[in-house]
Design a binder for this molecule. Structure first.
Ligand code: FAD
Ligand code: NA7
Length: 544
């Protein structure tokens, strides 16, 4: 490659929902030269990596896609209410094919470092193959649930059986007739456990925290239902853009205690029958996520269901969550009933922790040894900033991002970071907590607008001031504090990783409000950013 081949207008890292749209927008609408990179060997991001049995989106099929891709909506198969992992992967591959995006992507290529060159207002990006690329703009679509959390358990490296993390699931794994254990009972654990239980010889679930989960209510869509979606697409998305969560729900503000106990039970029961985790939390009552007493009502409803479903009372007791109902709401395809199977055992590894993993299996503290052929870690992710701090990212004055974010990550609008000019994040820290494709689209379109503005006004560097970043971080913290989410220990606040800063990682003000803030910044011509233009080879700051 010649030096000019290594110079681009924009570099995109990551080729999931975010990166693919960024390539298309910048290349096809702004006519920029774009180079994209992914460690993966194919597009898809989350859905390339998470090929574990039972992988399923819990956003409904017609909303877990791009709103702008209207042709594929008409032609791409919509089978079920919820789309499974392989079908999301196929959908994203179809998007890449249709728009010929692969020609801009270097697969199997990790980006090790990205350094800002202040003299030239460019990013210098180095791959794991040692190649160096330059670009004015850097778009980091690294994924917020993408850096695997591998549990540090004594002896895990000695295990001689098959060992997998769900987000690095290889093809052709056969679980049938094997003695399998799963560590982790989050969204992923719940899916993988429910899916493999009927196939394995014996399944041991190693549960640290019990979970509230409700039925997903997945079903095949009738031709008429698919037609309705296709015919009413604009209306459906209009509703999404004007909602807080972007899940297509009827978000209610009805208070839990505005109805009688009988009515309340009937409303919960109705939601249970209909299915959907976000529906159960946000379509039943408007205060479950904000009012402790309301939250307890929802907790009790699910706990009663556990008692009804699980036949063995000791197992049912172990499955009773101790925490608030204030993690990302889960849904399942028959999770609690799995524990009625003769080939499934539940171990509470909070009261009886894993002491050691040996060549042959797992040793618990009480001396019980579980012999295994396969150990599956459904132990989640170093979420949100995990992939950022794994990279060597340096901004002005060679400031390392992992140092800048030592006290917890910060951003302005979830997209930009002070001291890191011309770098734009998709789903960066303190971005919206929603069904994610609508937020990704919102951010990519805004990023494209900023870049277009910079190009048209000959601005070489655009950067969020620290004051705006501080205000945004405070706003995110204030909004989160009005909810119960910070009180439950989960990845949403960084509580799942030992040593990770327990702080705010999301803007919980809702999609509609978020979009309106972004629109306002754009209408004001990004005047609250530091915009640096190059005039007669002398730099001048044109707006502060
Ligand atoms: P990702 O899809 O995570 O893509 C990031 C890409 O960046 C990856 O391919 C990675 O390899 C690449 N990358 C990262 N660092 C580097 C580097 N240094 N060099 C090169 N490449 C790099 N969201 C929902 O809204 N609804 C759901 O139902 C839902 N279900 C989910 C289920 C699972 C199991 C998981 C893990 C996530 C789920 N999510 C869901 C969240 C999901 O991650 C987002 O919806 C969406 O797919 C994120 O897209 P993205 O492009 O931002 O990131
Ligand atoms: P989660 O929700 O972070 O769940 C991880 C699970 O793994 C959870 O039950 C953890 O218990 C458990 N875990 C993690 N480390 C350990 C160790 N060392 N020992 C025992 N158990 C452990 O990740 P998921 O992949 O399920 O879901 C993440 C998101 O992806 C999800 O919300 C969807 O948006 C998609 P803990 O609760 O910490 O006690």
């Amino acid at each position: 490659m010649s030096m000019t081949d290594m110079n681009y207008d924009a570099i995109v890292i990551g080729t999931g929902f975010g990166g693919l749209y960024a390539i298309k927008k910048l290349r096809d609408e702004l006519n920029l030269s774009v180079r994209a990179f992914d460690k993966a060997t194919e597009v898809g991001g989350t859905w390339f990596w998470n090929k574990y049995p039972g992988a399923l989106s819990d956003s409904e099929t017609h909303l877990y896609r791009y709103c702008w891709e209207k042709d594929l909506l008409q032609t791409f198969d919509i089978k079920n209410k919820y789309i499974n992992g392989p079908d999301v992967f196929n959908y994203l591959k179809a998007v890449a094919d249709k728009h010929d995006l692969r020609k801009n992507i270097e697969f199997n290529t990790g980006i090790n470092s990205a350094h800002f060159d202040e003299l030239n207002n460019q990013w210098i990006v180095t791959t794991d193959k040692g190649d160096v690329f330059r670009a004015r703009f850097l778009i980091t679509a690294l994924g917020l649930l993408s850096a695997p959390n591998l549990p540090k358990i004594k002896g895990i490296e000695n295990f001689k059986g098959e060992l997998y993390h769900t987000s690095r699931w290889p093809e052709h794994v056969d679980v049938s007739e094997k003695r399998v254990a799963v560590i982790g009972t989050g969204s992923t654990g719940v899916q993988v456990i429910t899916s493999i239980a009927p196939k394995v010889k014996h399944l041991t679930v190693l549960q640290r925290s019990a979970q509230y989960t409700v039925p997903i209510g997945n079903s095949q869509l009738s031709e008429q239902e698919v037609k309705n979606i296709r015919d009413n697409y604009e209306k459906i998305w209009d509703h999404v853009w004007n909602s807080a969560l972007g899940f297509g729900l009827n978000e209610t503000d009805r208070p839990t205690f505005s109805v009688t106990p009988e009515e309340r039970k009937a409303i919960f029961e109705d939601a249970w029958q209909k299915g959907g985790g976000f529906r159960f939390m946000f379509e039943t009552f408007g205060d479950i996520a904000t009012n402790m007493d309301a939250n307890i009502e929802a907790q009790n409803f699910v706990k009663n269901k556990i008692s009804e479903i699980v036949k063995d009372s000791e197992t049912a007791q172990k499955l009773m969550p101790k925490d608030l109902y204030a993690k990302r709401p889960l849904c399942d395809s028959g999770y609690y009933a799995v524990f009625n199977r003769d080939n499934v055992t539940l171990e509470d590894v909070k009261s009886n922790p894993i002491q050691e993993i040996t060549e042959k299996g797992v040793l618990l503290t009480d001396g019980k040894f579980i012999e295994l052929d396969m150990l599956i870690c459904a132990t989640g992710f170093d979420a949100v900033d995990g992939n950022y701090i794994r990279m060597d990212i340096r901004g002005r004055n060679s400031l390392e991002m992992k140092d800048y974010w030592k006290e917890g990550p910060s951003s302005y609008l979830g997209v930009t970071v002070a001291n890191y000019p011309n770098m734009f994040m998709v789903l960066g820290p303190n971005g919206p907590f929603t069904n994610l494709p609508p937020s990704i689209e919102t951010q990519v379109e805004w990023i494209s607008d900023v870049i277009q503005y910079a190009q048209e006004h000959k601005i070489e560097a655009i950067e969020a001031p620290e004051s705006e970043e501080k205000k945004w971080t405070q706003l995110c913290a204030d909004i989160a504090a009005q909810t119960l989410f910070p009180k439950a220990e989960s990845w949403i606040f960084g509580a799942n990783i030992p040593g990770k800063k327990n702080t705010v990682y999301f803007y919980m003000g809702g999609l509609k409000e978020y979009r309106s803030v972004l629109t306002q910044v754009r209408l004001n011509n990004f005047s609250n950013f530091k915009l640096t233009a190059k005039l007669h080879s002398k730099e001048s700051v044109v707006a502060l």
